[in-house]
Design a protein around this ligand. Structure first.
Ligand code: NAD
Length: 320
């Protein structure tokens, strides 16, 4: 570790609190942004299958680990941000995974957006070994993480929440206790089902306005001032999509996964999901057309094709 206190990363390491050694697994669009934020206040050990992502974090002062087992052996608190709960299960219980060298008393904080049933099952499997697993998924994008404003939705017992809150507050001031283990995932799925539907309805409304003679910028300006104003329209429509900027760091595949899990939860708990299911199928169609790795905003191009409109300018960065 770097002891040079004139170096900003060394100063951050010296600020390390609680005597806890912290690890971060999954340094993609979201996990990378969350780990970088955490690193402003704490020394962080990192691991990702993608060596380039680990190298980028190391250059900024993080300590690289060669394997999940090595990271687990070194750390008392381990945060993960992986695509799905299946990836989290593989990282914990797979060959040479975290579970092979986790110490009693370790706290695992799953920041992936996942399946609450899977989260509860993993927590129950680890509990007899004296290891806590809680969920703390996020909403607000990589920009929200970088700005320290991202919403963190924690599913944990009251005691676990008290233990983890100061650490999560190093990432963002917006840390919420949703309820017991798994409820962070529940509220995150509700959040993404709503935001996924909101953006599709916004694309549909914009196509209707444009097809019937209104300039896209003017339509957006009027709608933002009226009762139809919504967060997506305000934050992304005029500033990004109408300017052809479709990169967001979030893919169609991840959005479809979130809405699919929300619909599954509705089915399992007896809640009708009329709009959730329609929304899920629209994203499925977008994936068929553009691929699961395409940026989520490319759904606007699919709406334009269906409506025969040009809400998105023709020089959009659709291949990002
Ligand atoms: P991503 O695909 O950009 O990154 C995933 C990272 O996990 C990759 O770097 C990959 O190499 C790594 N990985 C996969 N399996 C691994 C393993 N076994 N061990 C170590 N590393 C492994 O995905 P993302 O956009 O960062 O999303 C991660 C999670 O965060 C998802 O559940 C997503 O739904 C959620 N999320 C993303 C955003 C966003 O804006 N991108 C916003 C909110 C929530």
């Amino acid at each position: 570790m770097n002891d040079d206190v004139s170096n900003p990363s060394a100063q951050a390491i010296q600020k390390g609190v609680f005597g806890m050694k912290i690890g971060y697994v999954g340094l993609g669009s979201m996990g990378g942004a969350l780990a970088r934020r955490l690193q402003l206040a704490h020394a962080v050990h990192v691991y990702d299958l993608d060596k380039a992502a680990v190298a980028r974090m190391s250059e900024q002062g993080a300590t690289p680990c060669a394997s999940l087992a090595e990271l687990a052996g070194r750390c008392d608190v381990i945060l993960l941000c992986l695509p799905t709960s299946d990836h989290v299960r593989a990282a914990i219980f797979g060959d040479n995974g975290l579970a092979s060298s986790l110490k009693r008393g370790t706290l695992i904080v799953d920041q992936s957006t996942g399946d609450p049933v899977a989260t509860r099952a993993m927590a129950a499997e680890l509990a007899p070994r004296g290891i806590d697993l809680i969920d703390a998924p996020v909403s607000g994008g990589a920009q929200g993480a970088a700005a320290g404003t991202i919403a963190i939705m924690v599913g944990a017992t009251a005691a676990q929440f008290t233990r983890v809150k100061p650490l999560l507050e190093a990432i963002s001031a917006n840390v919420f206790h949703a309820g017991d283990i798994g409820t962070g995932q529940v509220i995150k799925l509700v959040n993404n089902m709503l935001s996924a539907a909101q953006r599709l309805l916004t694309f549909e409304g914009m196509a209707l306005a444009v097809k019937n003679g209104i300039d896209p910028q003017r339509a957006c300006e009027i709608l933002v001032a009226g009762g139809a104003k919504n967060a997506f329209m305000e934050k992304f429509m005029a500033p990004n999509i109408l300017k052809g900027k479709l990169a967001s760091g979030f893919t169609l595949g991840l959005m479809h996964k979130d809405v699919r899990l929300a619909c599954q939860l509705g089915s399992d708990s007896g809640v009708p999901m009329f709009f959730g299911n329609l929304t899920r199928e629209f994203y499925q169609m977008c994936i068929g057309e553009r691929g699961s790795e395409a940026q989520v905003h490319t759904a606007a191009l699919v709406m334009d094709r269906l409506a025969g409109t040009h809400v998105v300018p023709s020089d959009a960065d659709a291949d990002m």
